[in-house]
Design a protein around this ligand. Sequence first.
Ligand code: HEC
Length: 113
Amino acid sequence: MRRGNPKLSLALIAIAALACSGESEKSGDPAVARGEKIYRNICLVCHNADPNQAGALGPAIAGASRELLETRLLRGEYPPGYTPQRTTQQMPRFEFLEPNLDDIAAFLASRRE
Ligand code: HEC
């Protein structure tokens, strides 16, 4: 069966993530709620619903630092001295998430066990 263009699918997911802001925010830090929305819409494709566990493709990323998110998502790199969990380069860059890094970091910090 033919499958859709994966780049296009990611773009559509991203648009959906940005568009669906009508959902009621749960109590607590609004940054965490915004970060969770992005995580569920984009990262969840490869990472686990519980970021403490490995997902279909990506490793556990609960507690990932703002610096790690910035280097990995924007430039496909890692912070100096950081040992990546995987040596693969399967994850695409997400430069358009630059304005959302604080929210994603807040969500991942809130879920760290
Ligand atoms: C297409 C699948 C895919 C998507 C979507 C994806 N990731 Fe990843 N991610 C991976 C894979 C696979 C790795 C392991 C390194 C590699 O192969 O690139 C990884 C590694 C990471 C790492 C580095 C972990 C470490 O400690 O070495 C972070 C942080 C991360 N992802 C965050 C995210 C965030 C945040 C999102 C959503 C904005 C996201 N990823 C979306 C597949 C994905």
